[in-house]
Design a protein around this ligand. Structure first.
Ligand SMILES: NC(=O)c1ccc[n+]([C@@H]2O[C@H](COP(=O)([O-])OP(=O)(O)OC[C@H]3O[C@@H](n4cnc5c(N)ncnc54)[C@H](OP(=O)(O)O)[C@@H]3O)[C@@H](O)[C@H]2O)c1
Length: 266
């Protein structure tokens, strides 16, 4: 393994900033640079966790100047694919944390990595606990016929339900090979109170200030319930998953989609 792994991060927002400050603590990683829209085109540096790190708005020039092993893409879906292509052209293995990149673009990136002889990772969910919750729920779902997912996020989250909640319900149904049983309600005294239904799983979204990212899966069976729950207390939760993905991309020519596959859970 190259030691340390030199990493450039594209994006320094809520995700990229947290990852940059987390990675700089790891002796396995050297943060070689940061690309963000608001930086100038010319060479300059910024403070990341007490270290001066090269920063630029122009990722290709930054990659040429800093020659990293890995690009950690954590910006926005509309610029992510171009950023990743710029990395692959230079033989830099991509780790794509940005979510919302479509399957056709992922296939194109996979083919470009194979043609260049480098590995890559696509991980739209870097939270170890969330990925483990989905895995455990897919096991438990084989033993229970009824289940609800309750996801809770900060009030500012734009969409509902979360992509993770939808994915959880679908993976649970897929693992047991049939939909869950969703009990019907005969008379509603309040609209939408049972949430949405995905493959027979009730899905409920709570938005409140003070929350970060939380999810429960409640299974119901004869005379018993089983609750699985994951709570995130800060965005630092993404750092261990990012480190695992960076190690994978730097040391293998495989192209891995999803943290679950990376952890050997599927
Ligand atoms: N994998 C996961 O577990 C996970 C977790 C959370 C979020 N996400 C995803 O990660 C992505 C980023 O989320 P976020 O909340 O961090 O967004 P955000 O706070 O809006 O940050 C976006 C960042 O992208 C930068 N940027 C925009 N255009 C750019 C360009 N052309 N070149 C380089 N950088 C550019 C912005 O630069 P400025 O700072 O200069 O504005 C900003 O730093 C989203 O797709 C989100 O869904 C994934």
């Amino acid at each position: 393994m190259v030691d340390p792994i030199r990493v450039v991060i594209a994006g320094y927002g809520r995700l990229g900033g947290e990852l940059a400050r987390g990675l700089i603590q790891s002796p396995q990683v050297e943060l070689a640079g940061v690309a963000r829209r608001s930086a100038g085109q010319s060479s300059s540096t910024m403070d990341v966790g007490g270290q001066r790190v090269p920063v630029s708005a122009h990722l290709p020039a930054l990659l040429d100047r800093t020659t990293p092993h890995v690009l950690l893409e954590a910006s926005l879906p509309d610029v992510a694919v171009a950023n990743v292509k710029a990395a692959i052209e230079r033989g830099v293995a991509p780790v794509i944390a940005t979510s919302g990149i479509d399957d056709a673009a992922i296939d194109e990136i996979r083919a470009a990595c194979a043609a260049r002889g480098i590995g890559g990772v696509v991980a739209p969910n870097l939270s170890l606990g969330a990925v483990l919750l989905i895995h455990l729920a897919s096991i438990a779902g084989k033993f229970f016929d009824s289940a609800d997912v309750i996801e809770m996020h900060r009030d500012k989250k734009l969409d509902a339900p979360s992509g993770t909640a939808l994915h959880t319900a679908r993976v649970m149904a897929q693992a047991r090979g049939r939909p869950f049983t969703h009990a019907a309600t005969e008379r509603f005294t309040l609209d939408n109170v049972r949430g949405g239904v995905v493959d027979g799983v009730g899905v409920h979204s709570i938005r409140l200030p003070g929350l970060v990212a939380h999810q429960q899966v409640i299974f119901g069976g004869l005379g018993q319930t089983l609750t699985l729950r994951h709570d995130t207390s800060s965005n630092e939760s993404y750092v261990p998953g990012a480190l695992a993905a960076i190690r994978q991309a730097a040391t293998s020519t495989d192209f891995v989609v999803g943290l679950a596959a990376l952890l050997g859970l599927e």
